[in-house]
Design a protein around this ligand. Sequence first.
Ligand SMILES: NC(=O)c1ccc[n+]([C@@H]2O[C@H](COP(=O)([O-])OP(=O)(O)OC[C@H]3O[C@@H](n4cnc5c(N)ncnc54)[C@H](OP(=O)(O)O)[C@@H]3O)[C@@H](O)[C@H]2O)c1
Length: 265
Amino acid sequence: MRQIGIIGLGNMGEALLRTLLSSQVQKEQVICAESKTDRADFIRKTYEVDFTAPVQVVSEAHKTIIAVKPQDAEGLLRAISPSVEDSKLLISIMAGITTSSILSMLGKPAKVVRVMPNICVQVAEGAMGISPNYHVTAEEIHEVGQLLKPLGTVVEVSEGLMDAVTALGGSGPAFVLHFLEALIDAGVRMGLPRDKSRLLAAQTIKGTMKMLEVEGMHPTLMKEMVTSPGGTTIAGLIYLEEEGFKGKLVRALEEARNRAGELSK
Ligand SMILES: NC(=O)c1ccc[n+]([C@@H]2O[C@H](COP(=O)([O-])OP(=O)(O)OC[C@H]3O[C@@H](n4cnc5c(N)ncnc54)[C@H](OP(=O)(O)O)[C@@H]3O)[C@@H](O)[C@H]2O)c1
């Protein structure tokens, strides 16, 4: 019996495989399935993992990560259904596919943990929400959390909050990059050469995050530390408040959350 199966070795499947292999999982403990032959060959050569059919992956592995596109869910779940039994755990990263629709496509009860990772798992700094269905035990949830830990930060949420996780974690990198772009443009507008502005802006975000982490500080406290009375920071912050910056950002995430809800229907 293998520790872990992965079905669908596209962008996310490969990122998960790579990070798992660089942490506690041995390559002999992994079994994979991928419908594109050339892709499977590439992954086999690069990571020296075994491949088989999806139904066989589920039969051979304790836990199987499903990393195919949502539109391929139905065909795949019907195909693996004969191997799904009480002792098996399915970990789905398919965006917008609920645990109840997974069960209905399988046509039988099963232990399912839904995971919403973001692109940052590729550098082991992912932000992931996980949500188990009621068949999954507390011990199994803990095991999934431990398995995913090398990929980044894992938080457990109820399934009703998975669309919020999609907006915050899934779309989040694009919002952060939009903010970064604005900082770079601001530097350029004030006369800094673009390459220097980019270096300063990126390092400012990176340094701020590192300080928060190292100091274990609350964001508001750290903001207060750099906001001296009558100084430059408060002048800029007040302008952002007047323009409703925070409220607009919150609304942007709500829009993303609402869209995630629409897509999952
Ligand atoms: N990318 C992200 O940032 C992100 C974030 C959160 C969640 N996700 C979720 O992660 C999943 C994978 O996304 P991705 O970007 O990695 O997609 P992807 O690059 O298209 O990878 C999926 C792979 O699975 C293969 N596949 C499809 N049906 C299969 C089957 N029945 N058996 C074996 N392999 C099969 C596909 O082959 P074919 O092309 O031949 O079908 C493809 O190579 C999606 O459900 C997505 O919603 C992605």
